[in-house]
Ligand binder design. Structure first.
Ligand code: 4AD
Ligand code: MG
Length: 482
């Protein structure tokens, strides 16, 4: 059997005494090789390297020459207590096998600090750095926590389609899916493209949200969630936007807006607590990294709290809840607005909030996560429930410090007549949506749901400032390498 190895993380967690005289095999990639004797070996299970000692004179010079950065090794030997600083044990190599050479002349990553921008260009190898290893192990832990949270509450995980014929958000920012040829494209008499000839016999696109299908699930199972990739063809080159991102969308029957906000707050706190308890080593590493990065910033740009402190603050304090109308008042009366420091001035009720406004509320005014509710109907999607006042909808956005909008959600319009009127007014085509409207025809119920942007959540937890550094292979305008 080839893979009879112990992972370095498992090994390091043990008392070195328990391995006395016992032979172990480890496999991994060389990080550094010092004095022709000390190999720092990493196998991806932890950032802590295992020190492998190749005793002088024991191994051929020709073998030692091949122990270069990122070469892969299989090492068998005995575990001994280490005298070295910062390590409890080391592996005294009895045999070293090179599984794969790595030409030091051309291997792009050196055992030194590289910038995140540089590593983005080498995204195929960046998992081999401590920062990205910690980010992606944390991403994994968060994903696991998402499933655990909903599973333990009895939600059904629904896999909604990637290819759809509808625009769930009504925003028109979709990637078209087609097999029609670019030349001699089949056309109707009026010159428009004849999608009847297309693969699905109609115009289709990549999904922007699984919500609409999620509502079909919620109105049968009671509570469902989705967790999958979603796509937006918005031309936003920011540190918070991806063209392909992952979204978690729970949808619950018999929930109103307050229930929805309660669930969202509980959920966010749960997954943060989960990683604090289960992924502490990586979070501590990322906290140190962030603190070092922030040392480069001017004093007023630095965070008031360290990463761990911030996460603990979030799980131990209630989110601030307020309405859009209250938020506009705060913003309009702020010194920031009066001194004309917003790029987009506060023009009054009805305006859409820009991210600078959201960040002001969260970072300057409340200094904690904020749940903003009851937005003007005109700036929100067609499916949101119209409030008694006839001008606001039961929407909610959750805003996080340093990130801005992290969750968007609402109570849904369950009243057939109100929904139909709204769809008509907002030009939502009935021929694409008849199945959605059917839920309001057959046993409609009050229901609500939200979408959490997974990468923005990971940014919040890891302290990574650019969203391209928390997804393995980012898809952004003009960029789809790897
Ligand atoms: O606010 P959004 O557009 O809401 C929806 O799609 C609803 N259908 C969700 C629901 O009620 N089930 O998107 C939800 C979240 C945002 O708050 C943000 O965190 C994230 O998805 N998001 C993005 N993340 C990265 N890149 C983008 N381009 C994103 N657009 C939205
Ligand atoms: Mg939104």
């Amino acid at each position: 059997m080839f893979n009879k190895r112990i992972k370095i993380k498992t090994l390091l967690a043990q008392d070195p005494e328990s391995y006395r005289e016992q032979e172990v095999t480890v496999m991994g990639w060389v990080r550094t090789f010092r004095n022709n004797q000390f190999i720092a070996l990493n196998d991806g299970s932890t950032n802590t390297n295992l020190q492998v000692v190749a005793e002088l004179g024991k191994f051929d010079e020709s073998l030692l020459k091949r122990i270069t950065t990122s070469a892969s090794l299989k090492v068998t030997g005995a575990i001994v207590a280490s005298l070295g600083k910062g390590q409890t044990m080391e592996l005294k190599a009895a045999s070293i096998e090179i599984l794969g050479d790595s030409d030091a002349e051309v291997y792009p990553l050196q055992p030194k600090k590289h910038s995140l921008e540089f590593l983005r260009e080498k995204a195929h190898l960046r998992f081999r750095t401590n920062t990205f290893a910690s980010v992606f192990r944390t991403r994994h832990a968060l994903a696991f926590a998402v499933h655990k949270f909903f599973n333990d509450k009895g939600f059904v995980y629904l896999h909604t389609p990637i290819v759809t014929a509808s625009d769930a958000e009504g925003a028109g920012e979709m990637f078209r899916v087609t097999t029609l040829p670019f030349e001699n494209t089949p056309r109707n008499e009026d010159g428009s493209v004849n999608f009847k000839e297309d693969f699905f016999g109609r115009s289709t696109n990549l999904t922007v949200s699984g919500q609409l299908e999620g509502e079909l699930g919620a109105t049968a199972f009671g509570e469902i969630y989705t967790f999958g990739p979603t796509f937006r063809a918005e031309n936003s080159n920011t540190a918070r936007h991806l063209a392909e991102f992952w979204m978690i969308e729970p949808e619950m029957a018999f929930y109103d807006l307050e229930d929805n906000a309660n669930l969202a707050e509980e959920f966010i706190k749960y997954i943060i607590r989960y990683v604090l308890e289960n992924n502490r080593e990586d979070l501590d590493f990322l906290a140190t990294r962030l603190a070092e990065e922030e040392k480069q910033l001017p004093q007023d740009k630095r965070s008031e709290m360290g990463l761990i402190e911030k996460l603990e603050f979030v799980i131990n304090n209630e989110f601030q809840r307020l309405t859009y109308t209250e938020a506009i008042d705060i913003l309009a009366n702020s010194n920031h607005n009066k001194k004309k420091k917003f790029q987009y001035p506060i023009t009054g009720w009805g305006m859409d909030l820009q991210s600078e406004h959201e960040r002001y509320l969260v970072e300057k005014h409340f200094k904690k996560p904020v749940i903003l509710t009851d937005y003007p109907a005109g700036i929100k999607s067609f499916y949101m429930r119209l409030n008694e006042d006839g001008k606001t909808v039961a929407a909610m956005d959750i805003l996080a410090p340093g990130i801005g909008e992290i969750v968007g959600g609402s109570q849904r319009e369950e009243r057939l007549d109100v929904l139909l009127e709204k769809m008509k007014a907002m030009n939502i085509p009935m021929e694409e949506m008849w199945w959605y409207v059917d839920t309001r025809r057959f046993g409609t119920v009050p229901h609500a749901g939200f979408g959490l942007g997974f990468e923005r959540m990971i940014q919040f937890v890891t302290g990574m400032s650019n969203i391209r550094d928390v997804i393995a292979f980012p898809r952004t305008p003009k960029s789809a390498e790897f």
